[in-house]
Ligand binder design. Sequence first.
Ligand code: SF4
Ligand code: SF4
Length: 181
Amino acid sequence: MSWWDKILAFIPLELVQGLGVTGKYLFRKKVTVQYPEQRLEPKDRFRGMFGFSEERCIVCHNCAKACPIDIIHITDHFEESVVDGKKRKKKVLDRYDIDVKRCMFCGLCEEACPTKPVAIWLTTKTYETAAYERNERLYFDKVRLQTWDGVLPFPGVKAPAEGGMPEDPKAEKKAAGGEGA
Ligand code: SF4
Ligand code: SF4
């Protein structure tokens, strides 16, 4: 070992390098968010808590068929009525459940929904659905999918039952002077 190597062996170079990296970040803008007092706003395309509108749903079952892991459960029945002397049959939704704890948020259910605006959507920016009992609280029936009972909406976002629903794209086009104006 040369005399230079012997001197270097006493100088903690790794420590100096480490402190250099720390020093580099010391004066940079802090990226830590003081959650839950502060929250980062998710992007518009972020998929989070489900929104559902029973009023818009035409009970076509497309969303349940599109779900790759079969966690959307729908049952319905037909109701007959007479309108202007003609017999009419209408599908009535009995059950619309989503086992959200198993969901992988792929969004295929929303893509498959044919109604405009959609009757099921995930772009709600809402992700605070923590629960102590996941089998019970993360299994949402049609009422909880609309009222968001047990869900903390992202600030400024409303539950579907309170009017927090995607707009009608046709209405938007009309307002902009486009199709159908
Ligand atoms: S987002 Fe969830 S419920 Fe919808 S299709 Fe994907 S896995 Fe199924
Ligand atoms: S695809 Fe849309 S309209 Fe059809 S059952 Fe699902 S939520 Fe209802």
